[in-house]
Design a protein around this ligand. Structure first.
Ligand code: HEM
Length: 372
């Protein structure tokens, strides 16, 4: 077995299907420097947990920070008191008490409205269902109602194009600049006054709402589409969920473990760090690979299988430690209700073509075509 698996690994391979490569790394090189990514990948459960729990040694406030450059300084690109202040200010908008009624009383109606508008010839669930639900969840949580969900969806694509533009290409940079300007004006007009009581400055609110767009729209969208696809390709599990409504929750949680929509948490070492017997020099970038930890055979039995009745304990698809997902409760509730409603309302639904799932850092289907 090659002692330098990381040196051979490319971003292209990871984007196509990261799981075989991650299994090789877990087995033979669990802390691995990958020159193509310019960072270390940490792939075993225990080590991934350790990185998240030691912000003193593995900081989110990386230097330079692409996240802070594109979005403006924000909670995910900061640590310590600054991080706490930003997160404490926004957290109340996403708690179960703030969004619970929306999930139980409003979301089912949004799902019905979209299902009623389905083209009888068949739809792509990503565009006809998952994306509008994901955008409307964030819009309603923030009271962001001076723009349509289509417009916010387009701005989100622009912001994400900027975040993915590591090589500074002109076209995505222009797209991101326009999305930042237009969404910034809209957030300033409608969301900033609503959050003025938090004590954050207008810029802090704008930057962190942009972070919520990039993190809080794509993931529930991919989660809804992936969970629907997982159940359509595991018909026995779907039959069980239809017979017992308490199973929709574990069906979605198992999806988040099996295909985690967010693959990594990026950190930077503040000193030489020894992990898994390897020394990572001070200042190097480290990706704690959540999607690999969630398939670690040391923690999960038959980790590559989607098993509805799994008894192995919790996954970490929403991260852990100080940067645990701000929208975890809303995100997982949105996915569960959307999936349950879809299958309850459209009984004979089946896939109408192959589904290509792509991406490493953000993984989801390109489209999910269905008919019924
Ligand atoms: C439903 C699927 C979702 C998944 C799988 C997911 C996953 C994650 C993960 C893994 C992180 C940690 C990243 C890190 O530690 O570097 C994170 C952070 C974050 N997420 Fe989510 N997320 C989801 C939904 C949402 C939603 C709906 C929102 C809307 C507000 C949101 C907003 C955020 C924010 C603001 C952070 C940064 C928190 C911090 O720095 O303290 N996410 N998310």
């Amino acid at each position: 077995m090659s002692p330098h698996l990381g040196a051979e690994l490319t971003l292209a391979e990871l984007e196509l299907d990261p799981y075989p490569a991650l299994a090789r790394l877990r087995a033979h090189e669990p802390v691995s420097h990958v020159p193509d990514l310019g960072m270390w990948l940490v792939t075993r459960w225990d080590d991934v947990v350790e990185v998240h729990e030691r912000p003193d040694l593995y900081t989110s406030a990386t230097e330079p920070s692409w996240l802070n450059t594109v979005l403006g300084p924000n909670m995910l690109g900061s640590d310590g008191d600054t991080h706490r202040r930003l997160k404490d200010a926004l957290q109340p908008s996403f708690t179960p008490s703030a969004t619970g009624e929306w999930v139980s009383d409003v979301l089912p109606g949004i799902c019905d409205e979209l299902i009623d508008a389905f083209d009888p010839a068949g739809v792509d669930l990503m565009t006809a269902y998952a994306e509008p639900i994901a955008v409307r969840a964030l819009q309603d949580a923030l009271g962001w109602h001076n723009a349509t969900w289509q417009q916010i969806g387009e701005w989100t694509r622009g912001v994400c194009a900027g975040l993915a533009n590591f090589t500074n290409e002109a076209e995505p940079a222009a797209l991101a600049a326009r999305a930042n300007t237009e969404s910034g004006a809209s957030i300033r007009e409608r969301v900033v006054p609503r959050l003025a009581h938090t004590g954050l400055t207008a810029d802090e609110i704008v930057n962190n709402v942009r972070l919520c767009m990039s993190g809080g729209i794509n993931e529930p969208r991919d989660g809804i589409a992936l969970a629907a696809w997982a159940l359509l390709t595991h018909p026995a599990a779907l039959t069980e969920c239809r017979a017992d409504a308490s199973l929709w929750r574990p069906a979605c949680e198992e999806l988040f473990r099996w295909i985690s929509p967010v693959a990594t948490s990026t950190r930077q070492t503040t000193a030489d760090a020894v992990i898994g017997g390897v020394t990572i020099p001070k200042g190097d970038l480290v990706a704690a690979v959540i999607s690999s930890a969630n398939r670690d055979e040391r923690r999960f039995d038959q980790p590559d299988r989607y098993l509805l009745h799994r008894k192995d304990g919790a996954h970490i698809a929403f991260s852990l430690g100080p940067h645990v997902c701000l929208g975890a409760w809303l995100g997982r509730s949105t996915v569960r209700v959307a999936v349950q409603r879809l299958f309850e309302r459209v009984p004979g639904m089946h896939l109408a073509g192959d589904v290509a799932i792509r991406g490493f850092e953000f993984r989801g289907p390109l489209r999910v075509d269905v008919r019924w």
